[in-house]
Design a protein around this ligand. Structure first.
Ligand code: ADP
Ligand code: ADP
Ligand code: ZN
Ligand code: ZN
Length: 746
């Protein structure tokens, strides 16, 4: 057996057409092809799935059952695999205690440095862990923020106490607390609070000195409204009723912990310094700036930790994450940022002979950052690993040792090997990818006229430096800039100030039974089509009704519990997974049974099912380039990019009042040739009078814009300003990353 290749014979997962393939090990291999051609089916659902399963099989049964299992891929022979690490775009750490520092282990090294060489000298490194009682701030349990009273929402100043000025439940007329505050004569119950003195309002809210001064007993006799609220609601964290929770939500907000200022650590640990810096200060520095500070720590006792830490920080900077801080919570990171952070983590590992599988690592990266991503992929390979990447970006293809193209088309028209070789060879070949690379859309020179503008005034979110921008309505606006420059922050300000519909990549449905048929609402139309053509009752063509197989209730599968094995879903033997009774399957339309309809692609269904309602329901899916989906395919299997296109299709179907749409990187998962389709769809939205705002790095989309807003120049602190606003053709400033990318790309 050849140990230097991964050998695949007869792969038939999803649409793979009995694929035979040899992939060199220890190389950087990029898999390309149009959307739906079978790249994921090959890389994730066959190679990575089988590698995972083979590893799982080496464990004894009791351990095996505790490991995640994947369906066995449909492949005749597969060899040459090694343990696989899938670096996907799923967000990291759904937990408030996970930060960029803890996730990358940079924080462990920093803790070690502080515990060994900090002044005053401290004991153990766990004193700098906010997840350890020895280090955590007691005011927030190490979370850096806590729930505080939103005192501004407590009072309605236009009312008197008797009229119900205190908004909290129980303080209104007749309420449980009402008498205590309004009726005992301590306060003037009949004058609107606005006419009270500042000191009197303070006494009402906080009691204490102010109350004593106004003749209401010694400090402590009277309990202020805020004190009482916090005692009842905030300091009794245990078992709150739903009603109490609702109260808390209305009268509180999360704020930076006043004790630690967000540093998450207790007072003693916050006071320790290294070279004059507290650990909290370093946590708030951008990683690119933190590296030189750490490198200056020159003590033999911590030299190895300093070296490892600097290496980690430099890797983050190299991969385009230099603008993050170690304090940043991982739950706030985007999908692309999460994936790059995971890559950094693996770079620090000393494992070799692994198989790394990455899904579109350039997501969220500006064209000018792609070279450093390529450098990182090469480093993973040079450490002795095999690196397999699904990607659409020609710059990544150019950096690969080998390119594998799957296609030529999507779904049933794909699943075959159409090319294997180097980049130069690809550009001379005649494949969908080669053709798309050769063909470039021209830059728009005549922008469509705007109908008005959405103004965002003085935006200061995150790194934005008091920006005021006008986003033209009725046209396509593209927000550009390097990763971390502030595009999402600006978009968030837009959404907060204007009604804008977000078309994102979150799952369309988590229900496995949701399919293009149920989603577009054409199920009824399909049943009546069959009833019309065959004379049988429509209910016979419903798997949930008359037509359903009695042994699996129309599900097509039955569940079985097998000894020593996980609960298994088995194909129903009676209907062989077809879900319908043989009586229902005896009727056909255009040679298709009702079960065959599920196997039709959206594009085929529009052609073959003679019904206006069905065609109308499916047309939009076809228009957004999802014609390759099968009607019965679970929408839970869709990628983020596909979900986003399903949502665009929904907006196209319900042409309502002109509105504004925001899309974040809609080219994710799209082949160059599918980008053309996407642009047609965005144009269709504009033609219907909608405003379309898109965050994008893809040059084809940028060139297509009517209006460009380019942020930068750098990430984080070095960004947050507008570099250019105007028609794309006039953005020629080569001192800016986007201007340079527009000028230098072919
Ligand atoms: P790509 O990664 O190239 O975009 P995929 O491998 O995701 O393509 O899809 C190839 C084909 O397989 C498409 O027709 C797609 O609809 C289908 N497919 C993908 N996942 C599943 C699944 N879980 N079940 C059935 N069909 C699937
Ligand atoms: P872009 O969309 O251009 O990649 P972002 O708007 O996401 O940029 O980020 C701009 C800056 O704001 C970066 O420094 C980023 O780290 C910071 N930032 C973004 N989101 C958050 C957040 N939730 N908390 C703290 N900082 C954030
Ligand atoms: Zn705190
Ligand atoms: Zn059945």
């Amino acid at each position: 057996m050849d140990h230097r290749t991964i050998t695949l014979r007869g792969a038939r997962t999803h649409n793979l057409a009995g694929l035979d393939l040899d992939i060199p090990r220890g190389r950087l291999v990029v898999v390309v092809g149009v959307s739906g051609s079978g790249k994921s089916s090959l890389v994730f659902d066959t190679i990575a799935a089988e590698a995972g399963n083979q590893l799982r099989d080496t464990f004894p049964p009791f351990a095996r059952n505790r490991l995640p299992s994947q369906p066995r891929p449909d492949v005749e022979h597969i060899a040459g695999l090694s343990p696989v690490i899938v670096v996907d775009q799923r967000r990291v750490g759904g937990n408030a205690r996970s930060t960029v520092g803890t996730f990358t282990d940079a924080w462990s090294y920093l803790r070690l440095v502080y515990s060994r060489v900090g002044t005053p000298h401290v004991g153990e490194s766990n004193h700098f862990s906010f997840n350890d009682p020895a280090g955590m701030c007691p005011g927030c349990d190490g979370l850096g923020e806590r729930i505080v009273s939103a005192v501004d929402r407590f009072l309605d100043l236009d009312l008197s106490l008797r009229q119900g000025a205190i908004q909290l439940p129980g303080f209104g007329h007749g309420g449980y607390w009402y008498d205590r505050y309004a009726d005992i004569g301590d306060f003037d119950a009949d004058t609107p609070l606005r006419e009270w003195s500042e000191r009197e309002r303070e006494a009402l809210l906080y009691g204490g000195e102010a109350a004593a001064e106004l003749g209401r007993g010694a400090p402590g006799d009277y309990e202020g409204v805020v004190e009482r609220f916090e005692r009842i609601y905030l300091r009794t964290a245990d078992n709150l009723s739903d009603a109490k929770r609702e109260t808390i939500r209305r009268f509180t907000r999360t704020a930076t912990c006043p004790d630690c200022g967000g540093d998450r650590l207790n007072e003693a640990s916050r006071a320790v310094t290294v070279l004059g810096h507290t650990i909290g200060e370093l946590a708030r520095l951008e990683v690119a700036e933190l590296a030189p500070v750490v490198r200056a720590v020159d003590a033999p006792a911590v030299a190895p930790a300093v070296e490892a830490l600097v290496a980690r920080l430099e890797a983050m900077d190299a991969i385009g994450l230099g603008y993050l801080t170690l304090a940043r919570g991982t739950t706030t990171l985007s999908g692309g940022e999460s994936q790059r952070l995971k890559t950094v983590k693996h770079l620090g590992s000393s494992l070799t002979e692994m198989l790394y599988v990455l899904d579109e690592p350039t997501v969220g990266l500006h064209p000018t950052d792609i070279a450093s991503m390529n450098g990182l992929l090469a480093r993973l390979r040079d450490a002795g690993n095999s690196v397999l990447v699904v990607e659409h970006d020609p710059d990544v293809m150019a950096a690969a040792d080998q390119i594998v193209e799957i296609g030529p088309g999507a779904g049933g028209d794909g699943g075959r090997l159409v090319f294997q070789g180097g980049y130069a060879e690809l550009t001379r070949a005649d494949t969908p990818t080669a053709r798309a690379i050769a063909r470039r859309a021209p830059t728009r020179t005549r922008p469509r006229p705007a109908t008005g503008a959405l103004t965002v005034r003085n935006a200061t979110r995150n790194n934005l430096r008091g920006l005021t921008v006008e986003i033209p309505t009725g046209v396509l606006t593209v927000l550009t800039g390097v990763a971390g420059s502030g595009k999402s922050s600006l978009a968030a300000e837009l959404v907060e100030r204007h009604p804008v519909r977000i078309v994102d990549q979150r799952p369309v449905s988590t229900n496995r039974r949701s399919t293009p048929v149920t989603y577009t609402g054409i199920a009824g139309a399909v049943r009546s089509l069959f009833a019309r053509h065959t004379g049988a009752p429509a209910a016979l063509f419903s798997a949930n009704s008359l037509g359903g197989c009695p042994d699996c209730q129309g599900l097509g599968v039955v569940h079985a519990d097998l000894a020593f094995m996980e609960r298994r879903e088995l194909v129903c033997e009676t209907c062989r997974g077809r879900r319908f009774t043989s009586e229902a399957l005896a009727h056909t339309v255009d040679g298709l049974t009702i079960a065959d309809v599920d196997d039709l692609t959206v594009a085929d269904a529009v052609e073959r099912l003679p019904d206006r309602r069905i065609a109308a329901g499916l047309r939009a899916l076809n228009e957004v380039g999802l014609g390759y989906l099968r009607l019965g395919q679970s929408l839970a299997t869709l990628s983020g990019g596909e979900c986003q296109r399903v949502k665009i299709a929904r907006e196209l179907r319900h042409a309502e009042e002109p509105g504004a749409y925001l899309l974040d990187e809609p080219t994710t998962g799209l082949h160059l040739s599918d980008v053309t389709t996407l642009l047609r769809v965005l144009d269709a939205l504009v033609e219907r009078g909608h405003t379309v705002v898109v965050i994008e790095h893809h040059l084809e989309v940028i060139r297509h814009a009517d209006w460009l807003i380019d942020l930068g120049p750098g990430p984080g602190r070095h960004g947050g300003t507008v570099l250019y606003e105007g028609p794309v053709a006039d953005h020629t400033d080569q001192a800016t990353p986007t201007g340079r990318a527009l000028a230098t790309s072919p």
